[in-house]
Write a protein that binds this ligand. Structure first.
Ligand code: X6L
Ligand code: MG
Ligand code: MG
Length: 184
């Protein structure tokens, strides 16, 4: 039997890239993480460091803050993607210039070991291995057992050693302890 998608009640592991370079970037990233985790069918399981990164693609724009999340979800890939686009709208995303500045960008990178090639969604994300601002945060959160872990690890380490990628650790956040009452 094909096990591409989880059964009802089963949980898949997915990885999401976050980026912001307009407004209060740090607050927008934290608001996005909270929206994602508050969804009844998505639980944030790991949060990467927060990295400041030079803009790529269209370079005449302010620097980004980029992060990555590991999440557990009962949603199938397309519904997860649409939910992320809805969170972008809720956080004031307005699409103007292609590759231009944005309050928040939420990209679905990986969903278990699923491969999809559809108009609406391609998995794994087709350009993630070329983008240091995706690979470095993803390396913080990707599971040791994921089939792409070794590749993400070496590409991320190469980008950081290289130094040309313009990626610096901005801060580390302890998201769980910041958002939940202390267990006494
Ligand atoms: C040649 C042509 C080389 C295009 C690169 C790379 C285009 C990335 C778009 C490219 C090219 C993108 C972020 C960003 C964008 C981000 C940082 C994109 C879409 N998003 N730069 N540029 N972080 N640092 O999240 O990823 S625009
Ligand atoms: Mg993006
Ligand atoms: Mg996007």
């Amino acid at each position: 039997m094909d096990e591409q998608f989880p059964h009802e009640g089963a949980q898949a592991e997915a990885y999401i890239a976050l980026g912001s370079n307009m407004g209060n970037r740090e607050q927008l990233l934290l608001a996005a993480i909270n929206l994602i985790d508050e969804h009844p069918e998505i639980e944030v399981s790991k949060v990467s460091g927060m990295y400041e990164t030079d803009p790529v693609g269209y370079t005449e724009q302010p620097p980004f803050l980029n992060m990555a999340l590991a999440v557990r979800t009962g949603l199938p890939p397309l519904l997860l993607l649409r939910q992320l686009l809805s969170f972008e709208q809720q956080l004031g995303r307005v699409r103007q210039i292609r590759w231009g500045p944005r309050t928040i960008d939420l990209d679905l990178l990986l969903y278990d070991n699923v491969r999809i090639d559809q108009e609406e969604l391609i998995l794994p994300h087709p350009r993630m291995m070329e983008r240091a601002f995706v690979l470095v945060p993803l390396h913080d959160v990707i599971d040791q057992s994921h089939p792409l872990q070794a590749e993400v690890s070496s590409a991320s380490n190469a980008a950081l050693l290289d130094g040309k990628e313009g990626i610096t650790l901005w801060k580390t956040i302890n998201w769980r302890s910041a958002s939940e009452p202390f267990e006494s």
